[in-house]
Design a protein around this ligand. Structure first.
Ligand code: F0G
Length: 459
């Protein structure tokens, strides 16, 4: 087969800024060894996130000019609403300024003390929005999802037996929602199969629990279903998406991912009463229901982006480009979450740096080393992000995360193959000197979402 090429050409470019390893070691020290605190001009290749970092198409930029900024009932809203309705089949579409605003509205209404939300794996903002209401969130990833080195087609699946057992022990009346994250971002960006979505949805129906999809990367997930789940090989991405959403009572979406927008999100649902309650909250927190925290131009960009992401040539290139990086690393026996995820490659920091104990944050050590070595910004998805403490009278002990991963998230349509070759070279350099890396200790941290602002020091 011929090389799968980028299905676009470049019309507008942004320069990269270069610096030396010595400069970078000073920069990261000033940033307290936290990549979120590094100024982005000091980064050469920015793989911190695929969120809001996409390159928009010429059509999207043209759409910005056509955005209608009327306060109420702008045509840009109806363009957005019709597109989301067509893809999701949901009746009530509520725009928000980003995904977590949708989560906040939903869980303010459905969360609260004594409530438990079950999921394949909650993303950090989703969990924080649940816990902020006094509710708890429980992740039930499938067994193969917990072993990074074991390749399997749908490692993002929820463990259906565990789901049923939890529903029975907790009691369905205390579970306001089951939420399926597609793809499963905090668990390697791994996809969820249609079969798993269908069965989880059936189980929820049986117990009358609303079933929602966290749809940030729905198109990447649909492409995996097409190529890995036999029954869907001849379906279009839109057909797969419509079937996937048909099993859900609603969804939350960050348009900063699979809608190629730099900002935006939405809530979509079938229940008119819940939609009305969400809109009531929306008006006091985000804005009038036809713009919800977004400008008319953003609504246009999202509507156009949602059409573009359904293109199979794009999705084939997208998934292949992540796999390409993963393959280069696996060729050197570098431990990664296998297979490659939909939007990112996840290094397995525990296996990469077995000499650094989890309470010295091996993932963060790797993040710092990648920055110093090659100016690559990545993010730890491990015990810095998800660790909690068991507090004793005079000390506290870290309860580590299940996995210690370092995510290299690839922004959509931004970097070329040679950028990715460079990334692989830098990782291989760090791999070759891994024995010299040391652990880190936290010196300052916030009670919620600590990884964003935590300060650290090398041990
Ligand atoms: N759900 C998932 C699965 C996400 O990955 C994110 C964001 C959100 C919800 C929240 O959306 O940022 O628009 O408020 N993930 C980004 C990331 C930040 O880097 O993975 P948001």
């Amino acid at each position: 087969m011929k090389t799968i090429i980028e299905p676009f050409r470049i019309k507008s470019v942004e320069p990269l800024h270069f610096n030396t390893a010595l400069e970078r070691s000073q920069i990261i020290e000033r940033a307290f060894y936290n990549p979120f605190l590094i100024h982005s001009e000091d980064v050469i290749i920015d793989l911190l996130t695929d969120s809001g970092t996409s390159a928009m198409s010429s059509k999207q930029w043209a759409g910005l000019m056509q955005g209608d900024e009327s306060y109420a009932c702008s045509p840009s809203f109806y363009h957005f609403e019709n597109t989301v309705r067509r893809i999701t089949g949901m009746e009530y579409i509520i725009p928000t300024h980003q995904g977590r605003a949708a989560e906040n509205i939903l869980f303010t209404l459905l969360g609260g003390k004594d409530k438990t939300v079950l999921s394949n794996t909650l993303f950090d903002t989703t969990r924080a929005n649940i816990e902020f209401t006094g509710a708890r969130g429980i992740d039930l990833p499938c067994p193969e999802g917990k072993i990074p080195s074991k390749p399997s087609a749908f490692k993002g699946n929820i463990d259906l037996d565990a789901l049923q057992a939890h529903i029975k022990t907790i009691g369905p009346e205390k579970i306001p929602m089951v939420i399926m994250t597609v793809t499963n971002n905090s668990n390697g960006g791994q996809p969820v199969s249609m079969e798993n979505i269908r069965n989880a949805s059936l189980l929820c129906k049986q117990f009358q629990i609303p079933f929602f999809i966290d749809a940030c990367r729905f198109a990447e997930n649909c492409y995996f279903i097409k190529i890995r789940e036999k029954a869907y090989a001849t379906y279009s991405i839109e057909e797969i998406a419509r079937e996937m959403f048909s099993y859900a009572d609603g969804c939350t979406m960050s348009a900063k991912k699979d809608a190629f927008a730099n900002i935006g999100g939405f809530l979509a649902m079938q229940n008119p009463d819940l939609a009305q309650k969400c809109r009531n909250l929306l008006v006091i927190t985000e804005g009038f229901p036809t713009y919800g925290g977004l400008a008319g131009r953003d609504l246009e960009a999202i509507a156009i982006g949602l059409e573009e992401v359904l293109d199979e040539h794009y999705l084939q290139y997208r998934i292949r480009s992540i796999e390409y990086l993963a393959q280069k690393l696996m060729d050197q026996n570098i431990p990664i979450m296998q297979p490659a995820g939909g939007h990112a490659v996840y290094l397995d920091a525990k296996a990469f740096l077995p000499h650094i104990p989890v309470d010295q944050y091996p993932g963060q050590s790797l993040v710092c080393a990648l920055y110093i070595e090659g100016g690559i910004r990545s993010v730890e998805i491990g015990s810095l992000m998800f660790g909690t403490y068991e507090v004793h009278s005079t000390s506290k002990v870290l309860i580590p995360a299940k996995l210690e991963l370092v995510r290299l998230a690839i922004p959509r349509r931004v970097y070329t193959q040679s950028h990715i070759d460079y990334v692989a070279e830098v990782i291989i350099e760090v791999w070759n000197k891994r024995n010299t890396l040391t652990g880190y200790a936290i010196t300052e941290e916030a009670p919620l979402l600590r990884h964003f602002t935590a300060k650290l020091k090398p041990i």
